[in-house]
Design a protein around this ligand. Sequence first.
Ligand SMILES: Cc1ncc(C[n+]2csc(CCO)c2C)c(N)n1
Length: 239
Amino acid sequence: MGIFAVGLFASYFMEEFNMTFTDQLHEQAATLWQQSFDHPFIQQISAGTLPKAVFRFYLLQDRYYLSEFGKLHEQVASQVTNPKGRTFLLEGAQGLKDGEIAVRKGFFETLQISKQEIAQTPVAPTAYNYVNHMYAELYRGTPGRAIAGLLPCYWLYNEIGKRLIAAGSPDALYQQWIETYDSDGYTDSVQKMIALTNETAARTDADERTAMAASFVRSSAYELAFWQMAMDRQSWQAG
Ligand SMILES: Cc1ncc(C[n+]2csc(CCO)c2C)c(N)n1
């Protein structure tokens, strides 16, 4: 092997070595994330052309997702031994009630989504499967796998927010949606969730890290499917 090849080989390993665990997760999900950035739902939010009926469907399904996501934070927190991680997860659960879910009240009013409509809307397959995946990672897996499964939600939306904020949307409601995911407070919570994932990965073994990565990639796939679910107005009935 020539000296050049040896050098290339060494630099490849150095790079691998310097990568954090979450950098590796990010790399494994890169194609799925790109497909989310390019998805017509996101493109049309940005252009202001997304039909309001599709956005309404998304919000109604997301309401279910968000309330389960908050419960998951509490249930993961009760199983996490690291006190800093537990505090962060409990704050996240509270933050969801005060922030993300509260912001949605305004959206619901603007789109005239009533309590009755919320109560009568069945959960769609993808929303159901995504939430069940996170519960399965916790109850048939470990708190670490559940944490890895929660991470794409924080991180992907922040990446989407950063990409969309520069151009903005001509639609005021979509602009407000974009701004939710580009605030400083939110970016800070993403960094804390990334740190919690890295700390959890550092305290475990290679097999568990592989299982955490699988959980992260599955959640990334469900994030992508979630946009399509709204565009298809997905239901349990065939056709
Ligand atoms: C399907 C789906 N995935 C991610 C988010 C975004 N999100 C939900 S909770 C939370 C944590 C902080 O509020 C974030 C970023 C969403 N709304 N819906």
